[in-house]
Design a protein around this ligand. Structure first.
Ligand SMILES: [Zn+2]
Length: 170
């Protein structure tokens, strides 16, 4: 997703060591990410940024919920999300690396934007299927689905009933 200015960290001004950053993601973030599956949400983000002379190690922690449609009843639901992801930035300007976790930053860079990594951390920790807890699905849809299951095989009694109705009407 597109970088959001609020997730830009000016690291050149930071001393070596650990630094904490906190963000709250709400409707604006989930709208900006352009993912049609995300209707909204409320997620707290904590980033621990460990800086030394040649590396920035960002440990991203997300915790909260994303509003999505239930895979079962298609009504909106809160999908809980919680997890961590680590991202390492190299400050020495070697952009080519075999390690996925390592991203090379321009040696002249002063800042790094974390929007993409925060978004990635959320999507990484969302389950593939999102379903309401048992008993909380839209009852109208649940009933309809049960009917479909029950009536999967055409019931011969309906055919008889229809025949009777037809004869009566004639
Ligand atoms: Zn549901």
């Amino acid at each position: 997703m597109e970088a959001l200015q609020e997730h830009t960290i000016l690291f050149t001004g930071l001393k070596d060591g650990s630094h904490g950053f906190d963000y709250k993601l709400g409707a604006a973030f989930f709208k900006a990410c352009g993912d049609e599956e995300f209707l909204g949400g409320d997620v707290e983000v904590h980033i621990d940024l460990d800086k030394n002379s040649h590396l920035l190690v960002a440990t991203i922690h997300v915790e909260g919920h994303v509003d999505m449609l239930c895979d079962h009843c298609n009504a909106p639901m809160h999908q809980r999300v919680q997890g961590d992801q680590r991202q390492i930035f190299k400050l020495t300007g070697e952009e080519e690396t075999d390690e996925d976790e390592l991203v090379g930053l321009d040696p002249h860079a002063h800042e790094v934007n974390l929007t993409h990594y925060i978004y990635e951390c959320i999507t990484l920790h969302l389950p593939i299927r999102h379903i309401h807890p048992a008993g909380e699905c839209d009852p109208a849809v649940t009933d309809a689905l049960e009917q479909v299951m029950v009536n999967h095989e055409p019931d011969p009694r309906w055919a008889k009933l229809n025949e009777l109705k037809k004869n009566k009407g004639a």
